[in-house]
Design a protein around this ligand. Structure first.
Ligand code: FEO
Ligand code: CA
Ligand code: CA
Length: 664
């Protein structure tokens, strides 16, 4: 986030997601974000003046007709009455809809799970409860149902200052201080990471969790996994705990992800650098590899208790993270597989689509300033008749990186050992080497440095692909290019890609900027929302997105707030077609301090699941809450504490009152 107030740098807030890349500008020049922040703070939004109130890619012909009808009635494909943008401590959804909390951090998933109690946390309890900081949300139907399925949710990271009562202390007139974590607290953090697979069912129009559903599962930072594909067994992934280079212990920082056409759950490992501490030995061969990824960053205290996170003691461990993880949800004892053919970087998501010839295409963002957009095309074809035949599709295929040309064309450059510069002269001895150092391979190929590529979503309805670029306040004027057209890009933009011939496997295509984000009323921002977009409808910092069954684009944001944009994060509906193109409307917004992840529409478009991540985060008292945002001394600092307060990360189900499709 760009404008968090953090009085103590020790707090691990979502500042981590600032992702200072190798191209970061070291100067102290005032950024566009700071200019805008000053403007919003003068307006006094903190006083609440405005605070009034993959399966999705399946196209339904009926839904398309309904969306077309809506467009005919005034241009937009969206018919809801938009929410008023603003800042407060509550959820707000458009009139006529309900936003019901379905799952919160600590909710029990199994018959023997303890109820959530922040004063009695343990790793054992957390392994049986819903994890922390929910990001990706996927829905896998059971028996083809849109009302009974598996919800798969990533738990990206942990905020100890929001999790552990008593960890933060305040001395009047001084910055808040966070104590070092105990081993027990580190163990809780490790158990709060990973993912949740949980059965859910809609009963009388409302979603319920099926506690102890037979496929319910928690995946954590200790779950045993397999490394598969070209890197499996390579010397660079062998450690003292795994002499074979094929067995990995756990997954971390699972940001967005995807559900494959064959119904598995894929988790993207993003900011892996924070988990590692220590120093490599002088002249170690991995030094340049780790520097390119910012390893070690040492934001977590895991290395104090577990040697594998200390790169001085276990120098190959970081090479076992930064992958896409695939989970077979049909068997709760299945071993998740890290699919190394899909490359190693700060993976944001992995949304996929079946191409015309049956091969499957995954779009992948590397979320760091000045990093790249990738896609992976499987070698084999999807077999809709035989699920088992698809289970190793992700071990064999071609990874490509995007080069956006000034003339509006895009080239997808293959990342293949032996081709172009990816040879022994540049230090690569095999495809395994190329994949372990995917970023360096892409550097050598001349890929386009982007403004933090987040979610990338193919749209089966119009054959296009939508790319969210969150922001890049470090881009200098001389670094501007056609695909990243703003210096000090504080608010991000969205690019639309059309692959040649509508073929998602194509190695060439066209692109254009759909939307430059930010306040259209401020000329210096250069936002390009349509003039039909209201003062509530514009947004900044696009992060995740979804395509509903009608083929419409929905965008969720990360990093807004009182100073940055005068509004909390939320879910915006964005027109992509016809005269209404680039019109945006606010559908849902979250409490202060939260980013909004997901979003995900059920196949019948009747539910939008969204993930409200780190509500109340910010490192100090949010005035809108009227209380501290972290667990301190509950009895004195927070006498009105209740477990359902919005400080718990949660998954929210949005449905239309009385039933029916969302917004059509
Ligand atoms: Fe975890 Fe790039 O957001
Ligand atoms: Ca994200
Ligand atoms: Ca984010």
């Amino acid at each position: 986030m760009t404008e968090h107030r953090s009085p103590d740098a020790h707090f691990r807030t979502s500042l981590l997601e600032e992702n200072d890349g190798p191209g970061a500008n070291p100067t102290d020049n005032q950024t566009m974000g700071e200019i805008i922040a000053a403007r919003f703070s003068r307006r006094g939004f903190l006083q609440g003046s405005l605070a009034a109130t993959a399966i999705a890619a399946t196209v339904s012909p009926l839904a398309l007709i309904l969306a077309d009808d809506a467009r005919a009635n005034g241009g937009s494909a969206f018919t809801f009455d938009e929410v008023e943008a603003g800042v407060d401590d509550k959820h707000h959804v458009a009139a006529g809809y309900d936003a019901d909390v379905l799952l919160r951090w600590g909710d029990p998933l199994f018959a023997d799970s303890p109820e959530f109690d922040p004063t009695k946390q343990s790793a054992q309890a957390q392994e049986r409860q819903f994890g922390y900081n929910n990001d990706y949300v996927g829905y896998i139907p059971l028996d083809g149902s849109a009302e009974h399925g598996l919800l798969v949710v990533n738990h990206e990271y942990t905020n100890p200052h929001l999790m552990f009562p008593g960890l933060v202390t305040i001395v009047e007139g001084e910055a808040a201080k966070q104590a070092p974590l105990s081993k027990e607290q580190v163990d809780i953090e490790m158990a709060a990471h990973g993912g949740t697979i949980v059965e859910i069912r809609k009963v009388s129009g409302k979603w319920q969790v099926v506690r102890d559903g037979k496929l319910n599962r928690r995946i954590t930072s200790n779950t045993e996994m397999a490394l598969s594909g070209p890197v499996a067994g390579h010397d660079r992934v062998k450690t003292s705990a795994d002499a074979t280079g094929t067995r990995v212990f756990g997954t971390v920082n699972n940001c967005a992800g995807g559900v494959t056409p064959w119904g598995t759950y894929v988790m993207a490992e993003e900011n892996i650098h924070g988990y590692f501490s220590g120093e490599l030995q002088e002249g170690h061969k991995e030094a340049a590899n780790y520097k390119r990824l910012g390893i070690p960053e040492g934001a977590y205290e895991w290395a104090a208790h577990y040697d594998r996170f200390d790169i001085g003691k276990e120098p190959n461990e970081p090479n076992r993270f930064g992958w896409i993880v695939e989970v077979d949800v049909n068997d709760p004892t299945s071993v998740p597989r890290k699919r190394t053919a899909m490359g190693r970087f700060k993976h944001e998501g992995a949304e996929s689509i079946v191409a015309k010839d049956g091969r499957v295409v995954f779009y992948l963002g590397d979320d760091e300033r000045f990093d790249y957009v990738y896609k992976f095309v499987t070698a084999g074809k999807f077999n809709a008749e035989d699920r088992a035949a698809n289970m190793d599709l992700l071990d064999d295929g071609t990874l490509y990186v995007a080069k956006f040309a000034e003339d509006g064309s895009i080239g997808w450059l293959p990342i293949v050992f032996g081709q172009g510069p990816l040879t022994a002269e540049n230090g690569f001895a095999s495809q395994a080497d190329v994949l372990i150092e995917t970023r360096r391979a892409a550097d050598l190929l001349g890929a386009t440095k982007m403004d933090r590529p987040e979610d990338v979503q193919p749209n089966a309805a119009n054959g296009k692909v939508y790319l969210m670029l969150t922001n890049n306040s470090k881009r200098k004027a001389e670094q501007v290019d056609a695909a990243n057209p703003r210096a000090e890009n504080a608010f991000g933009h969205i690019i639309e890609i059309v692959e040649d011939g509508g073929d998602f496997t194509a190695t060439k295509g066209k692109w254009e900027v759909l939307l430059k984000c930010g306040d259209p009323a401020v000329a210096e921002v250069g936002a390009t929302f349509s003039t039909a977009t209201t003062a509530n409808g514009w947004f900044g910092m696009p992060d995740n997105c979804a395509i509903d069954a009608a083929g419409r684009l929905w965008v969720s944001t990360d990093g807004q707030g009182p100073k940055a944009t005068g509004r909390t994060d939320g879910l915006w509906a964005v027109d992509t077609e016809g005269e209404a193109r680039a019109t945006s409307k606010l559908f849902f917004r979250v409490p202060i301090g939260a980013e909004l992840c997901g979003p995900l529409f059920t196949p019948d478009d009747q539910t939008a699941f969204v993930a409200v991540q780190h509500p109340a985060d910010g490192g100090e008292d949010w005035e809108a809450f009227g209380r501290p945002s972290y667990y301190e001394d509950l009895s004195t600092r927070w006498p009105d504490f209740k477990p359902d307060m919005p400080v718990r990360p949660s998954v929210v189900a949005i449905t239309k009152q009385g039933g029916g499709k969302i917004a059509v």
